[in-house]
Design a protein around this ligand. Structure first.
Ligand code: NAI
Length: 437
C-alpha cells in the first residue's frame, strides 16, 4: 500500500498532523520509535512537569506525586493511541530511515508514501564536560524521574525548563542555585517579565548567578567563571537546561540532500517543504520557538496544505508560558523586539495589586504590560506576570490574532471581579487612562 501521508514522530506536531490529514480523507500512518505515543511533551516534558508543578505546590509526598505523574502520562499516551485508531491511522512502531522521496525503511520493512512529514522534535543539549547520567547529571527527562529530592540542586541555564523544574525542587525542600550564562533569566521573554520573575523566585529562596559560565566539572562540582574570577559550586545533583537541539540526525536527510543549517534545523520554505517538495518538516525540527502548540499548529497547517487547502500559521500570535508561581505568559513582540524593528509604540503596565480579584484571592504579585503601535494603535505584544497568566494570555492571543487595536480591547466589557480586568486596564492605559490606578 502507498500511504497519502506518513508522519515520522508522534509528538504534538506529528500526531496532530496525522489526525488532521486523516480527517481530510488522506490515508495516513505514523512512525514512532518509542513504545508510547505523544513525544517529549506527553512523556517527558510539558505534561509530567505540570503535574509536578501542581502537586509540589499542595503536597510534599514525593513518591505519591511521581506515581500520579506516571498515571496522568499513561492516560494521555493511551488517549493518543485511541485517537489514532479512531481516525484509522496506522501506527508503525520502529525507527524511520528515509531511503528516497517516497520510501522509508522501518527496521528492514519498507513503507511507501506520497507525502512525508518529518516531526521528530528535539533533544536536550548536552555540555561536553557534563554528560547526562540522569541520576546526578540530569536533563529535564532525568529531573522528572528522580527517586528522591536532592538536598542541593545546581541548575545550569535559567531558561524555562530551569525555572520550572527549579521551582518544583525548591518547593520540595531542595536548595536551588542557578548558573546562567547571560545577564538575565528566561531570555525569550520581555525583559520586564524576566526581571519580575527573577525577583519573585529570589524571594522564594532560589539563588541566581547571572553572567556565569561553567568551565568544567568533576562529578557534581562545577568550576564556574564568575564576574570576578573562578568560583566552585558543589551540589547533590546538576540539572543542565541550556536549550534543546533539533533531532535531525540519523534520519537519512543527508543522503537525500535535504538541507539543514549549522545547528541541525531542517530548512523549509513557507509551505513547510524541504528541498524535496513532497517531504515536509514541522515543529522543533524547524526554525521558531520550540513549543508544543507551535508544532501542533504547523501540523494542522501542513496536513491542510497537502490536502490542497491554504492554511496560515500566525507566528505573531503564538503564546509562550512559564508555569512558575506566579506564572509568566506572553504573546506578540517583546519591547526589545519592537525597538529592533524601530516601530513607534506606546507601553502600558497595570499591576495586579490594583486588581480587585487578585486582592480577593490574596495573589497580587505581578502585572500586565501591553505594547501597541502608536499610529495604527494595533496591539503588538501582551506580557503577563501574575496569577493564572497561562489562562489570561488566551484572550491576548485572540486580540493579536484578530489584529485588534488598543481601543477595541479597552472597549470590551470584562466581568468584575476578574483577573482579566487587568488586561482591560492596561489597554485603557495606552491611549486613554486606567480607571483603578
Ligand atoms: P531556554 O532556551 O529557554 O533556556 C536556556 C538557558 O540556558 C538560556 O537562558 C541560556 O542563556 C542558558 N545557557 C545556555 N548555555 C549555557 C551555559 N553553557 N551555561 C549556562 N547557561 C547557559 O532552554 P530550556 O530551558 O532548556 O528549554 C528548551 C526549550 O523547551 C525552550 O525552547 C523552551 O521554550 C521549551 N520549553 C517550554 C516550556 C513551556 O512552554 N512552558 C517548558 C519547558 C521547555
Amino acid at each position: 500500500m502507498i500511504y497519502d501521508v506518513v508522519v515520522i514522530g508522534a509528538g504534538p506536531g506529528g500526531y496532530v498532523a496525522a489526525i488532521r490529514a486523516a480527517q481530510l480523507g488522506l490515508k495516513t500512518a505514523v512512525i514512532e520509535k518509542s513504545k508510547t505515543l505523544g513525544g517529549t511533551c506527553l512523556n517527558v516534558g510539558c505534561i509530567p512537569s505540570k503535574v509536578l508543578l501542581h502537586d509540589s505546590s499542595v503536597s510534599s509526598d514525593f513518591p505519591k506525586m511521581m506515581n500520579r505523574k506516571t498515571e496522568v502520562v499513561s492516560g494521555f499516551t493511551s488517549g493518543v493511541q485511541f485517537l489514532l485508531k479512531k481516525n484509522k491511522i496506522d501506527w508503525i512502531q520502529g525507527t524511520a530511515l528515509l531511503k528516497g522521496p517516497n520510501t522509508i525503511d522501518v527496521g528492514g520493512k519498507t513503507v511507501e508514501a506520497k507525502n512525508i512529514i518529518l516531526a521528530t522534535g528535539s533533544a536536550p543539549v548536552e555540555l561536553p564536560f557534563l554528560p547526562f547520567d540522569e541520576t546526578q547529571i540530569l536533563s529535564s527527562t532525568g529531573a522528572l524521574a528522580l527517586k528522591s529530592v536532592p538536598k542541593k540542586l545546581l541548575v545550569v541555564g535559567a531558561g524555562v525548563i530551569g525555572v520550572e523544574l527549579g521551582s518544583v525542587y525548591k518547593r520540595l525542600g531542595s536548595e536551588v542555585v542557578f548558573i546562567e550564562f547571560l545577564d538575565r533569566i528566561c531570555p525569550a521573554f520581555d525583559m520586564d517579565l524576566s526581571k519580575g520573575l527573577q525577583k519573585v523566585l529570589t524571594n522564594q529562596g532560589m539563588v541566581f548567578h547571572l553572567s556565569h559560565k561553567v568551565l568544567k566539572a568533576k562529578g557534581t562540582t562545577l568550576t564556574v567563571q564568575g564576574l570576578s574570577g573562578e568560583v566552585t559550586f558543589d551540589g547533590d545533583a546538576v540539572l543542565v537546561a541550556v536549550g534543546r537541539r533539533p533531532y535531525s540526525d540519523h534520519l537519512g536527510l543527508q543522503d537525500l540532500g535535504i538541507e539543514k543549517d549549522s545547528k541541525g534545523f531542517v530548512q523549509i520554505n513557507n509551505s513547510f517543504q524541504t528541498s524535496i517538495p513532497n517531504i515536509f518538516a514541522i515543529g522543533d525540527l524547524v526554525d521558531g520557538p520550540m513549543l508544543a502548540h507551535k508544532a501542533s499548529e504547523e501540523g494542522i497547517a501542513v496536513a491542510e496544505l497537502i490536502a490542497g487547502h491554504s492554511p496560515i500559521v500566525n507566528y505573531m500570535a503564538i503564546p509562550n508560558v512559564a508555569y512558575t508561581d506566579p506564572e509568566v505568559a506572553s504573546v506578540g513582540l517583546t519591547e526589545e523586539e519592537v525597538k529592533v524593528r524601530k516601530l513607534s509604540y506606546k507601553s502600558s503596565v497595570f499591576p495586579f495589586k490594583a486588581n480587585s480579584r487578585a486582592r480577593c484571592i490574596d495573589d497580587t504579585e505581578g502585572f500586565v504590560k501591553i505594547l501597541a503601535e502608536e499610529k495604527s494603535r494595533r496591539i503588538l505584544g501582551v506580557h503577563i506576570l501574575g496569577p493564572n497568566a497561562s489562562e489570561l494570555i488566551a484572550q491576548a492571543a485572540l486580540a493579536v490574532q484578530l489584529k485588534a487595536t488598543a481601543d477595541q480591547l479597552a472597549d470590551t466589557c470584562f466581568a468584575h471581579p476578574t483577573l482579566s480586568e487587568a488586561i482591560k486596564e492596561a489597554s485603557l492605559g495606552l491611549f486613554k487612562a486606567p480607571i483603578h490606578l
